[in-house]
Write a protein that binds this ligand. Structure first.
Ligand SMILES: [Zn+2]
Length: 95
């Protein structure tokens, strides 16, 4: 019986743990990103002067990164590259 109780409490702990586990917050979720309000666009941009964004014929909207992801937009490759370069620079200057 003691064993069973132990098992049960373990199970409950596990259940509680998995229930309380929320989606981990993504850093930069509240960052402002830029999206082209046009139809076919499926990307968002972190750089306002991104060359892809310049070719946007519609309005460029400012939204949060979270919002952009909710609209199933993915980060533009150009911007991602620049972001990575900036991060790298940050790391270098910090060291
Ligand atoms: Zn871009």
């Amino acid at each position: 019986m003691k064993k069973f109780c132990l098992f049960l409490s373990l199970l409950i702990t596990l259940m509680l743990y998995s229930c309380s586990k929320e989606e981990p917050p993504v850093p930069g979720d509240n960052d402002i990103v830029y999206v082209c309000s046009g139809n076919s666009a499926s990307t968002y941009h972190t750089q306002r002067d991104c060359s892809s964004l310049k070719s946007c014929k519609q309005d460029v909207l400012e939204v949060t990164r979270r919002k952009a992801r909710e609209n199933e937009r993915i980060i533009c490759m150009n911007c991602k590259k620049k972001d990575d370069e900036n991060k790298l620079k940050d790391t270098v200057t910090k060291n």
